[in-house]
Ligand binder design. Sequence first.
Ligand SMILES: Nc1ncnc2c1ncn2[C@@H]1O[C@H](COP(=O)(O)OP(=O)(O)OP(=O)(O)O)[C@@H](O)[C@H]1O
Ligand SMILES: [Mg+2]
Length: 466
Amino acid sequence: MFSKLMSMCREYAGRLDVRLTTYYTVLLLGLSLLVCLFCYFRLQHLLVKQVDKILIDETRELMSDITEAADVAAGCRVFEQDIAHRKYYQIEFRVVDSSGTVVYETAQAPRLSLSAPASGFATIRIEGRRSRYRVYHRPMTVLARDLQVFVATTMRHDYELLERFAENVLWGLPFILVLSIACGMISARKPCRIMRDIATIAGGITSENLHERLPVPTSRDEVRTLTETINAMIERLEQSFSHLRQFTADVSHELRNPLFALRGNLEVALAHQRDPDEYRETISDCLEKIDFLIKMVNDMFLVSRFETGKIHLDAQVVNICDIVQDIVDFYAPMAQERSITLRFDRCDMAVILADKTRLLQLLNNLLDNALKFTPDGGTVQLSVHRHRSDIVLSITDTGIGIPEQDLPHVFDRFYQVDSARTGERHGAGLGLQICKRIAEAHGWSIGVKRNEGPGVTFFVTIPVRQ
Ligand SMILES: Nc1ncnc2c1ncn2[C@@H]1O[C@H](COP(=O)(O)OP(=O)(O)OP(=O)(O)O)[C@@H](O)[C@H]1O
Ligand SMILES: [Mg+2]
């Protein structure tokens, strides 16, 4: 029972609206108490000041009565008659001469023991009584006689007023408490409701309904910022999911054809008894297709690693001309075999910061395409030159070219221009996508344009600051 109660308390204490209401109540209650205390002491101060003013006036009157009368006692009697009808501030006084002898005093004065207060004013308490008296002490000289005048009045009414004020405050505190709890709950309810709505909708969002968005409140506050941030996050997730779906669909589509072809080859081989040469040919065919699949899977893996940002460049200072020369030397025998003229115009200084392996991969893909799509007897020309503050690497071929409408898409994943055109020279359509990823990772740009004559020119622009 007790543990149930504790867990309920813990659950309530953890709720945002309960916490906000508590802060609000404590704050409002504290502030109210401070204001009441301030008012109490201010009122007390004003009341004492008012009493002091009365005492000064009465003392002045007493002194003038004494001065005007024939002797001190007569003057005091006149004053006593005057003050007899005072209703609220009853005045008591005592006049003492320099030897300490009481010259005159009112009936209540001995009980008040009006001896000299340290300064002009003092507040004294009467033993056994709750009321306090305010005393004003002033020396005076009449006919060469030094006198001490003590005038006092009760402060009962003032302290009664203060007590009533304190009582009212104490009665009012529970009301303030209830009021602040109610106000706190009302003001905390709206933001908490919005938060709960956000949590409910966000909790219901899955990969299936990523197109849904949280309702954005009209008010320009933190809740709106939060909703917009969550919506932006859902949008990014939606994009990532759609990329992933597209990638999966593309991959399965691209893998299906070679796998079916492989299966077909093997089925045909198994259908009848064949001689060893035929089997050898089928196996070599299958191996070729498996090599193609391996290359494709490796390329897809590379593209997906680029997409997830898992590729880290090992940048180093390299002379791009040396690297291009290496790759040209590598492809030279193949070009020679097909009577393709492979040329390289090199510049002297082309030092850049690059990941050598990735740069080789980029050049390899571009040169592979150029040779693949250039008929025998054609020309493939590479060049590295400075253009303003950039180094531009270009590969120009005299091949089959790319139609104008396909140019913007050749760098897309799995994009291949009309396979009937390329005949046997088909690939997976990932080479240029990888080139683009490598260039972007380095901060370079890559593009393609049609030549005036046959063929196309691919170019990579490398800013020299690198
Ligand atoms: N030099 C070029 N001349 C003509 N067409 C080209 C040239 N380079 C690329 N293409 C066209 O762009 C398409 C995409 O090229 P990409 O290198 O991405 O793929 P691929 O060469 O077909 O396959 P992969 O490179 O993955 O083996 C090619 O299929 C081809 O149609
Ligand atoms: Mg290619």
